[in-house]
Design a protein around this ligand. Sequence first.
Ligand SMILES: Cc1cc2nc3c(=O)[nH]c(=O)nc-3n(C[C@H](O)[C@H](O)[C@H](O)COP(=O)(O)OP(=O)(O)OC[C@H]3O[C@@H](n4cnc5c(N)ncnc54)[C@H](O)[C@@H]3O)c2cc1C
Ligand code: SF4
Length: 371
Amino acid sequence: MLKFTDLDRKTPKKRSSSERKMDFQEIYNRFESDQAEQQASRCSQCGIPFCQVHCPLHNNIPDWLMLTAQDRMEEAYELSSATNTFPEICGRICPQDRLCEGNCVIEQAGHGTVTIGAVESHITEVAFENGWVKPPKPIREHKQSIGIVGAGPAALAAADVLRRRGYQVNIYDRYDRGGGLLVYGIPNFKLDKSIVTRRVNLLENAGVKIHYNTDVGRDISFQEIRDRHDAVLIATGVYKARDIQAPGIGLQNIVPALDFLIASNRKSLGENVPDFENGKLNSFGKRVVVLGAGDTAMDCVRTAVRQQAESVICLYRRDKANMPGSRREVQYAEEEGVEFKFHAQPEAFLGDTAVSSVRAARIHLGVADSS
Ligand SMILES: Cc1cc2nc3c(=O)[nH]c(=O)nc-3n(C[C@H](O)[C@H](O)[C@H](O)COP(=O)(O)OP(=O)(O)OC[C@H]3O[C@@H](n4cnc5c(N)ncnc54)[C@H](O)[C@@H]3O)c2cc1C
Ligand code: SF4
């Protein structure tokens, strides 16, 4: 350990922007085993590990880094999965630059953070390859049945824990796949869908029953769900888009982010998506403007690039230092050719039937207030 003094930080190999713009595949390759061991050995094994303190799951990061550095991979997996139901998913999409890696002591000391996320994914991929990841198996079965509405990550994590404890678990989702926004919202270039399906399959093999295409409140009443089960968990996520009030907002081709991303993801899954085929939710050949600069906005600009938009502009009212999303995602978007316009507040949308331009006012940051 403590190799950070003479070993530089290295991430897994990143595909070039010109190559990755042409497809929706993940942008990072995987670590080779010896690279993961070396990178894990850079950790200084802090007495107070700020990586762990700033992890919402309080993952025991220093210990599984040490086990990886010592090539004790099965133990590393045991430890990393003890606090996290899906470490290979968090390793890929957690905003590490704001959490563990952003607070890593050697990053603060100017040596470059330990590549915690990439090592975390590596550990679980090795575990899958070696057959160490097994469907949750209860020691004792209980007859009590739990109904879960929604099959997103919140629901799947709860199902995993409940099944391990022996409860009978039934999940109801309006979609035809499990994973929620991991499948339909987050693009493939951040998280390949097969990674999510692998977990859903494990849960189904463990006896979790997923009722697909079942919209609770439409196909089945909530009362019926309550009558069927001893307890119910509602894990339906958040889907309401934030409205924007400005002249011209009703013009064609102004679309909420999630509609656009869901259509793109469904298309990548090989489905027939009429609004993609007819051009409504497809940015091919268009001049695209994305309003806002959070992580969802970054997913939209980078999806538009891959759909071969003519140009992609991100319009944001604050400046780069005050962007709400992950710095890494912004950097990837810049590498892929997205143009950022800061201090620009949209005022009106212009055009006859479809939008053809956005009028924005130049603004400047005021003094920070309590909001
Ligand atoms: C574009 C985008 C990018 C994101 N990127 C990241 C990222 O990089 N890193 C990160 O950590 N987080 C990211 N997030 C956030 C992350 O996806 C969410 O926090 C997470 O998916 C929430 O999980 P959930 O299970 O609560 O809800 P969801 O994933 O939304 O799942 C809810 C499920 O409930 C189902 N449902 C809803 N109503 C009903 C009903 N009445 N009947 C039956 N089923 C119903 C839905 O079909 C859905 O499958 C992103 C979100 C978006 C939108
Ligand atoms: S903060 Fe960084 S150096 Fe310290 S234990 Fe965590 S990963 Fe290791």
